[in-house]
Design a binder for this molecule. Structure first.
Ligand code: AMP
Length: 440
């Protein structure tokens, strides 16, 4: 840029594929995250936070054969010459942290994090998106697979979503998968001329990914391909049956999807995906995950089986729009302090507002010496339940006027009683508390 010339208009817009989240839309994010955090806590998961970037090897190790790592990663060199990458996915950093800190297994954690992928930006597909997820390390018990899947399933249901399906599959382990991959490879080789160019090139390096290809010609070939489920060894078969039985026992509907594979290389055994029927099929995945029993070892740690999932927040919100659930919460305040006096009452208004807030009520006021009418309008816009009016006549009597914004009724209340008076009317009884309701 030459000095003095204006920067291009685009510089002051969020970069392509990213977006700002402002109120009231951010209220839905807050409700969604609170619902997830509450549910994760009830299942015994603690919050984990890892850096937004890692040494590039953390991701390269887990996704050599994947687009997410090979083509879409935001890589950079820092001023110290270190090769780093912005987090494209959530599992590798958590496993890296597990290996580094060696917490006592089972280690059950949840996260909320931005993920960065240099994708072709479109609705539902962004270059920075956000995921809510969990990871558990140190246990391969199929009951844990059931716990993790039901945590995700119940979360989506609690938001009000109903038009989604849960697909599950088993990818086997290093006992049975190599034999299957050979069978798949030779089948695909025999049909190579019917496959798209991408699938043809993946056939040798990563034949499982060919099962994932959405090109109709490839789908036609893979529909008849040998299925992993027919090649599972006895241990993997028993494990997968136990997962299905567990999901049945708690009434989590699921479908077996023999061709369900996941984008990243490290999955073993149970793999699963939630797809919305309310969204276009190219962007209908709400979330997914699976087992990665060899990942910790591959990253240089002790043998530690693991399982987890990631759910895309933006995607879930688009599904909520499509199903007409989880609207942005209407603005709400318990009280709004209106100043009808001016500078002489400044200290009184400040003290009253502080008292309301510090005792646990939501309260606000207008600033900048606006008229009583403008302040009352602002109170209405803010969704105030009560307006507490500081007026000259009331002040002289040691009182304030309180208007119920629903009934329109106005009463005078002693200044030293008003905070208790409001609490008596606003604090919910135990019966009113609905912890599962994410809209609260
Ligand atoms: P993945 O890590 O690819 O399994 O993605 C987990 C979930 O994150 C997906 O099911 C989507 O809901 C969401 N997701 C993945 N990539 C994107 C993206 N580029 N933009 C928005 N959401 C995404």
């Amino acid at each position: 840029m030459q000095s003095g010339s204006a920067p291009p208009a685009d510089v002051y817009r969020a970069p392509v594929g990213t977006h700002d989240v402002l109120p009231p839309e951010s209220g839905r994010w807050a409700a969604l995250v609170a619902a997830f955090a509450g549910r994760a806590a009830r299942f015994g998961y603690g919050l984990v936070m890892t850096p937004a970037y890692e040494h590039i090897e953390v991701f390269q190790r887990v996704g050599e054969g994947t687009d997410v790592v090979r083509k879409e990663m935001y890589e950079f060199e820092d001023k110290g010459g270190r090769r780093l990458a912005l987090r494209p996915e959530g599992t590798a950093p958590v496993v890296r942290a597990y290996i580094q800190h060696r917490p006592t297994p089972p280690w059950k954690v949840w996260y909320l994090s931005p993920h960065f992928r240099h994708e072709k930006a479109q609705r539902g597909r962004y270059r920075q998106h956000h995921q809510l997820g969990v990871e558990v390390l140190g246990v391969d018990d199929p009951a844990l697979d059931v716990e993790v899947i039901s945590l995700a399933h119940g979360f989506l249901t609690a938001l009000g979503l109903s038009r989604f399906r849960l697909a599950i599959n088993s990818l086997g382990d290093d006992q049975c998968r190599p034999g299957y991959l050979e069978a798949l490879r030779s089948y695909l080789r025999a049909h190579a001329d019917e496959l798209c160019a991408d699938s043809r090139s993946r056939l040798e390096t990563n034949p499982l990914r060919v099962l994932d290809c959405k090109v109709p010609a490839c789908v036609a070939v893979t529909e008849r391909a040998p299925q992993l489920l027919e090649h599972l060894c006895a241990d993997c078969k028993t494990h997968f049956e136990a997962v299905q039985a567990g999901l049945d026992a708690i009434g989590v509907p699921h479908e077996i999807a023999p061709r369900l594979v996941r984008g990243l290389d490290y999955y073993t055994r149970t793999t699963f995906e939630f797809a919305s029927e309310a969204l276009e099929s190219a962007q209908n995945a709400l979330g997914g995950g699976g087992r990665y029993d060899k990942l910790a070892e591959e990253m240089g740690g002790p043998p530690s089986p693991g399982i987890g999932f990631g759910i895309g927040i933006e995607r879930v919100l688009i599904a909520c729009d499509a199903e007409g659930v989880l609207p942005a919460p209407a603005p709400h305040l318990d009280a709004y302090v209106v100043d009808a006096v001016g500078p002489e009452a400044a200290a009184e208004v400040t003290a009253l507002l502080a008292e309301l807030r510090e005792t646990g009520l939501s309260a606000d006021r207008a600033y900048g010496g606006r008229s009583v009418r403008a302040q009352t309008k602002a109170a209405d816009r803010a969704g105030a339940r009560y307006v507490v009016l500081v007026g000259r006549a009331e002040m002289e009597k040691g009182a304030v006027a309180v208007r119920d914004m629903v009934s329109g009724e106005q009463v005078e209340v002693a200044r030293n009683r008003v905070v208790t008076w409001l609490h008596e009317r606003l604090d919910p009884g135990i019966d009113d508390i609905a912890p599962e309701d994410p809209g609260r």
